[in-house]
Ligand binder design. Sequence first.
Ligand code: BES
Ligand code: MN
Ligand code: ZN
Length: 492
Amino acid sequence: MTSRITIQFTAKQDAPSYPLILLVSAKKGIASLEPAGLAINDSLNGAISRAITEAEFKADAGDDLVIRAAEGTVLLVGMGAKADLGMASEHLGGHIASALNRAKLKDATLYAAETTAEWLASIAHGAHLAGYHFSRYFTKGKAAKPTISTLNIAADDKDAVTQAYMRYAGIAEGVFLARDLVSEPSNVLFPAEYANRCLALADAGCEVTVLDEKQMAEQGMRLLLSVGQGSERESRMVVMRWNGGGTEAPLALIGKGVCFDTGGISIKPAGGMEDMKWDMGGSAAVVGAMRAIAGAGIKRNVIGLVGLVENMPDGKAIKPGDVVTSMSGQTVEIINTDAEGRLVLADVITYAQKHYKPAAMIDLATLTGAILVSLGQIQSGLFANNDRLANAIASSASATGENTWRMPLGDDYHKLIKSKIADMKNIGGRYGGSITAACFLERFVENNTPWAHLDIAGMAWSDKAKPTTPAGGTGYGVKLLTHLAEHFEPSS
Ligand code: BES
Ligand code: MN
Ligand code: ZN
């Protein structure tokens, strides 16, 4: 909703103003000030080095130390051995943001040694991402009015850093949009309201189209509609097009947008069911990425498609044993109405291929609890029918710190979703649940179109804060997809 950090770049001055943030590296276990810090330490008659010794400050990544000198406050932030450009600098920015918050400093200036513009911009980005706070539903107390701090960053070349930061600011917009969507409860963010929020992407330069139930019925999207048929809230599909790449075939980004997943007639247990408000995390990553891609003006054609439904038990709801014909024409026996995400995605995948002939497709979904069992909340599961695409995703994942791990597909797993009455059933057996779910999706990929599926059930939400991600909706996937859209060359 809001950021608690405002980022500003200033030109470096000889006599910096307090409060001051200095970076400290841990060289062979010894905290070492940068040259700029050494000069300030001298001007404070060694107050900083004394404080480092007294506090046994190690300068490991994430360590911080507040020094209240007569001249002003100095905040030391540890870099560890070194904070290279990339995730290390982004995390360093996150640590600076939390240190500022803990020290209750409202306005402070980072005074770092001569570095590249990119490096300072990446630190700023990390601090900005860490400062996010979803405060919409607090009406009183600190949470309703979080302290806003200004982080001034003193730069040798202010214009170059400002320029480098612009790109990051656009990506952060996308991440924040995804976090907002994931954080909203389902009484507020139901499919029609979600579609309305997507329409705002037109301001960023996307062409946005919303399909209602009647229009989806005309397309034959019975699988998607079957998931929403037990809900009072109508289903929607939103198509967002970014045309930055001329006549090339587009990259399609597809997201599971289950605004609430009760499980339907195969209803879930009560404990923890509130988590299922973020069962639209895959779609949020897609919408956030479209915003970031448009904001950054990436020179590619990208289409975001999200299937928005609510999975409810009701007299009209889909029932176990029902057989439904998908948009692709293949029939599906619904064994468990709680395996609904794959039903939604299947029709959106078919729609994407029929209308846009994508060069490659990537779907993101909080698809299975089983992926939490295999990979925990550390990385998502990556499934793909194409090694080039899988490798490109893996490198975008490591470049952005949104990690993923490749999982298998294959005929032996496909056998597990054979149905006795239809072309397939919507669940496999007890084991390998994330893989059989991915196999189900693979059956809707036509003509060997390069396709990948990211199961992000362990990544969309976090109860614990990380360096650049406060607890709550993470926005996982936005940075990865934006990086991929920029770097992946689909081979023709
Ligand atoms: N939305 C859930 C998966 C999920 C679980 C997401 C935990 C986030 C956290 C999905 O729709 C689901 O219910 N999957 C079932 C599949 C089963 C019925 C084959 C599951 O994982 O239990
Ligand atoms: Mn479910
Ligand atoms: Zn679900």
